[in-house]
Ligand binder design. Structure first.
Ligand SMILES: N[C@@H](CCC(=O)N[C@@H](CS)C(=O)NCC(=O)O)C(=O)O
Length: 223
């Protein structure tokens, strides 16, 4: 039997957090090997473990997988969270690519120069309420079902709920006009594996601290 997937990344959300969410929601236990220093990253690179010299890297089923989307696609397919046919998958892909665009804006926010941060946050908030959340509220309203696609749990629900937690961290009032999204968040959060992942002490990562941001800048040599 294959061992637990092993996740190689720094001890923070970054690009690995959606992978943690997806594995945990599928009820899959995983190990983490944290990159603590630039030398740790160099070692992974020099040992030939990183196809593009980048992390996230996930050891799974005898592979050393890189590229966040490829990893997520593999996990979603393996655990049957990617729709029942190509049309459901197409819908899921459209939804999650939109979510990924918003997620990326939130992900890079800590790297924003302090004098531009306020404007950036305002821009993100506007996109949240005027572009992204209305799409998913409308989807739920249109079919009246408990999940975004195919009346059953898919990665689209999991990625969206992860994103809704970040939106709430940014400003809880952003969710005020989206009752169906709030209900989805509660429903998915109560699924036993997700509930477990949301408990304190799980492998879910908190918002990045200034100290960890500095550490990440050093590891990834970000100016
Ligand atoms: N497209 C890649 C981007 C990965 C990426 O940018 N990784 C950063 C850390 S979040 C990295 O490894 N930077 C080091 C480098 O590029 O040398 C993915 O989605 O996995």
């Amino acid at each position: 039997m294959a061992g637990k997937p092993k996740l190689h990344y720094f001890n923070g959300r970054g690009r690995m957090e959606s992978i943690r969410w997806l594995l945990a929601s599928a009820g899959v236990e995983f190990e983490e090997k944290f990159i603590e220093t630039p030398e740790d990253l160099d070692k992974l690179k020099n040992d030939g473990n990183l196809m593009f010299q980048q992390v996230p890297m996930v050891e799974i089923d005898g592979m050393k997988m890189v590229q966040t989307r490829a990893i997520l696609n593999y996990i979603a397919t393996k655990y049957n969270l990617y729709g029942k046919d190509i049309k459901e998958r197409a819908l899921i892909d459209m939804y999650i690519e939109g979510m990924a665009d918003l997620n990326e804006m939130i992900l890079v926010l800590p790297l924003c120069p302090p004098d531009q941060k306020e404007a950036k946050i305002a821009q993100i908030k506007e996109k949240v309420t005027d572009r992204y959340l209305p799409v998913f509220e409308k989807v739920l309203k249109s079919h009246g079902q408990d999940y975004l696609v195919g009346n059953r749990l898919s990665r689209a629900d999991i990625h969206l709920v992860e994103l809704l937690y970040y939106v709430e961290e940014l400003d809880p009032s952003l969710m005020a006009n989206f009752p169906l999204l709030k209900a989805l968040k509660t429903r998915i959060s109560n699924l036993p594996p997700v509930k477990k992942f949301l408990q304190p002490g799980s492998q879910r990562k908190p918002p990045i601290s200034e100290e960890d941001l500095e550490k990440a800048r050093k590891i990834f040599r970000i100016k």
